[in-house]
Design a protein around this ligand. Structure first.
Ligand SMILES: Nc1ncnc2c1ncn2[C@@H]1O[C@H](COP(=O)(O)OP(=O)(O)OP(=O)(O)O)[C@@H](O)[C@H]1O
Ligand SMILES: [Mg+2]
Length: 391
């Protein structure tokens, strides 16, 4: 005897058990009704971020030139991210070259808006977005993350529960929607990570995909491709950098972010299937960009780069794919690659980044290699951004 399977009921039942299991998981990860907090940083880490030596940092404290910070039980100085910002301001006021400690944009520089995209799921868009945001914030930039993905993984990584916190309101959708949009400032959240604000994602963003065809027929202004840029205008003076985490599809949301972007990073996993799918992605993007450019969108990018992610340098076939890409796009493939690392995926299991976790929780060598690779990628992006500002 066979049992009838009603797919809708099965799906609903699975959804319910998954939801409650996830909530339980979140409670253990961030117990009890927890919001995330950021760990303190050591003197070594701070000196590194400031680009000075630890002995110079110690001397600055000794000379009373810096705001004092807490010390650990072992008597070592511990710096919060807010302490690092305060130190940047203190040092910048006496720096010989402006921008040494506060490297963000100056009068006349346009805000850098960097979109991480690829329609390949799991290529590392969210991972790159969050690590870049955090590294930039620690380097003294004022960062706004915009979660353009209805899946809202980026929002989750900042310790929110989009399916609860932004279930029917509070996401970027509220600002993008065609009917009664709110100013973006009404949805922007401060995050636990000093220097990063978040315009949250959430399932409601999917509505933008559904509503846009109708809005185009009704000629509602601004059209989808300029809506993101339009809502950002209100807040962009508050930031040096805006980072978009795009969904794995080339829909209206992605196009809207792309048209608001000043630069693009396409994350790519080096295997032939992914490269083939990226070729399709590029072709489709080019066609769509032609259409929106004809419709009047301004598309002047400062840079476009391919970021190789999940790279395993010892893997022969991967190496071949990477050199194939580098030969094909000598100027466009980022020099630094993001290594495949269990440290990155393990940190991800507890919704953390490698900049949040303590080194002691990991195998040292694994952690150091992964952090070095992340830093190299982010520092290369920082240099590109500085170049765009002609520095
Ligand atoms: N370099 C890496 N090493 C190990 N794991 C990684 C690496 N990059 C990403 N991951 C893991 O792979 C998974 C997918 O990454 P991520 O969510 O960043 O991809 P995505 O492109 O944003 O996916 P989606 O298209 O679904 O939005 C995550 O679990 C992440 O922790
Ligand atoms: Mg993602």
């Amino acid at each position: 005897m066979t049992q009838d399977v009603y797919i809708n009921e099965r799906v609903r039942a699975s959804a319910a058990s998954l939801q409650s299991a996830l909530e339980a998981h979140m409670r253990t990860v961030f117990a009890p009704d927890a919001r995330k907090t950021l760990r303190p940083f050591s003197a070594g880490e701070v000196a590194d971020l400031l680009g000075i030596s630890t002995s110079f940092l110690r001397k600055l404290h000794f000379d009373g030139k810096l705001p004092e910070v807490e010390t650990s039980a072992g008597g070592r100085r511990q710096y919060t991210a807010a302490d690092i910002t305060a130190i940047r301001h203190a040092l910048e006021s006496t720096a010989k070259t402006p921008g040494t400690y506060l490297p963000g944009r100056r009068d006349g520089d346009r805000v850098q808006a960097l979109a991480f995209l690829n329609f390949k799921g799991g290529s590392g868009k969210t991972t790159s977005t969050v690590h870049t945001a955090q590294r930039f914030a620690l380097k003294g930039y004022r960062v706004l993350c915009v979660d353009v993905d209805p899946q809202a993984s980026l929002t989750t990584l900042f310790g929110f529960q989009p399916e609860v916190d932004f279930y029917d309101s509070g996401s970027v959708y509220d600002a993008l929607r065609y009917e009664d949009p709110v100013p973006l400032s009404a949805v922007i959240q401060k995050t636990f990570f000093t220097g990063i604000d978040l315009a949250p994602g959430g399932l409601m963003l999917q509505e933008f995909e559904h509503e846009t065809p109708r809005a185009l027929i009704d000629n509602i202004q601004p059209p989808f491709f300029s809506r993101m840029a339009a809502v950002l205008e209100e807040v962009e003076a508050d930031y040096d950098v805006i980072l978009f985490d795009c969904p794995p599809q080339l829909g209206y949301l992605t196009m809207s972010a792309l048209c608001a972007a000043t630069s693009v990073v396409i994350t790519i996993v080096p295997n032939m299937l992914d490269v083939a799918s990226m070729a399709q992605f590029l072709q489709m993007s080019a066609d769509l960009l032609d259409v929106v450019a004809d419709a009047g969108a301004e598309m002047k990018f400062d840079f476009m780069r391919f970021l190789i992610n999940r790279y395993e340098p010892a893997d022969g076939p991967q190496q071949q794919v990477v050199s194939f890409l580098r030969t094909l796009f000598p100027d466009d493939v980022m020099i630094s690659t993001l290594l495949k690392s269990t440290a990155i995926s393990d940190a991800g299991l507890t919704q953390q980044t490698l900049y949040e976790v303590e080194r002691a929780q990991f195998n040292r060598q694994t952690y150091d290699r992964a952090v070095a690779s992340l830093n190299a990628v982010n520092d290369e992006l920082e240099a590109l951004m500085q170049q765009a500002w002609r520095r």
